[in-house]
Ligand binder design. Sequence first.
Ligand SMILES: Cc1cc2nc3c(=O)[nH]c(=O)nc-3n(C[C@H](O)[C@H](O)[C@H](O)COP(=O)(O)OP(=O)(O)OC[C@H]3O[C@@H](n4cnc5c(N)ncnc54)[C@H](O)[C@@H]3O)c2cc1C
Length: 380
Amino acid sequence: MDFNLSEEHLMIRDAARDFARTELLPGVIERDNKQEFPAEQVKKMGELGFMGLMVDPKYGGSGMDAISYVIVMEELSKVDASASVIVSVNNSLVCYGLETYGNEEQKEKYLTKLATGEALGAFCLSEPEAGSDATSQQTTAIDMGDHYLLNGTKNWITNGGSADYYLVIAQTDREKGHKGINAFIVEKTWEGFEIGPKEDKLGIRGSDTHTLNFNDVKVPKENRIGEDGFGFKFAMKTLSGGRIGIAAQALGIAQGAYELARDYSKIRKAFGTEICNHQAIAFKLADMHLEIEAARHLVMKSAWEKDNGINYDMSSAMAKLKASKVAMEVSVEAVQVHGGNGFVKEYHVERMMRDAKITQIYEGTSEVQKIVISRSLLRD
Ligand SMILES: Cc1cc2nc3c(=O)[nH]c(=O)nc-3n(C[C@H](O)[C@H](O)[C@H](O)COP(=O)(O)OP(=O)(O)OC[C@H]3O[C@@H](n4cnc5c(N)ncnc54)[C@H](O)[C@@H]3O)c2cc1C
């Protein structure tokens, strides 16, 4: 067992840390206020190779491992969780899904652009009537011979307004239940594809979340991913890796909030001494650090399993469940350590507290993670 990061991991950590400090931090409060998508920053992250971190270099990716992905996600999320979710969706839902399950033509046409940041991707599974129960897909894709006709509504789609390519899950044969579901690559410019209004959110306000409508969109046959009926498995397998990314996002929010609280406690004075000298505050910092370390071990272990070809369905659910709980608890405590200053935007921790909440909801709620974990335990 080796808990040290390699030279390569340290280099990517420093690059991500430096980018977050110099490029994300300066405008993060304003983007949160205005719900502004960080378009310029996303372009730069593409140039740095962050948009296709784990993709094979032959498709334009950085060819790194899942540990590197976790490291980058943590560093970006310490500063701007809106920017990091854009990275996470593109990397682990879109690029991973296409690279692992797409055919050579699909990879050449779409993955090469997504991995370099030339194009942005979105993953469309959720619907007004199909959230935790993703099998209840109402969106249909009817086989018309040389194409599918796509109709329906997807909601809560991250990168919904900014993406170029959308992986869309739809029911092709209702009688077959979840075995009659397929995944398709849909281009933004196709007729009948309509982007609905942007959601006004509690947190991760810099990421754009939209409802999408598909009205008789013609999807060429060659844009179906995998064998007929593979769509539900595609979504579940892809989400399993996505959870490592969201767990790392939660870890970063927690680590960022903790560091701000620690630093603040060393300068703020009350009762004639820095507040860190009050044991109640010092113990808060100890608890925060302890919980973050516990979460980090779970996140890293899951990434390590992915890198070593071990099934990571349960470990990624555990990592996400734990890290998201820690992000929520630590960010609330970070606000507390800041006192009144914690309640205003300038000190960042109130935004982190708002951002933390989503990590317990998307890519499977905490309750759903417990379903995944308990099913895995009972199957063994
Ligand atoms: C900001 C944001 C971004 C998102 N991005 C995307 C995206 O890019 N792509 C995408 O496809 N989706 C996305 N989602 C959707 C997200 O994945 C869903 O919101 C989530 O899966 C929960 O579904 P729901 O909202 O329908 O809640 P519901 O499924 O209605 O759940 C409501 C509550 O009931 C609980 N519950 C449901 N079933 C059970 C059960 N069997 N046992 C115990 N408790 C249960 C849930 O845990 C939850 O607490 C996003 C959501 C948000 C808010």
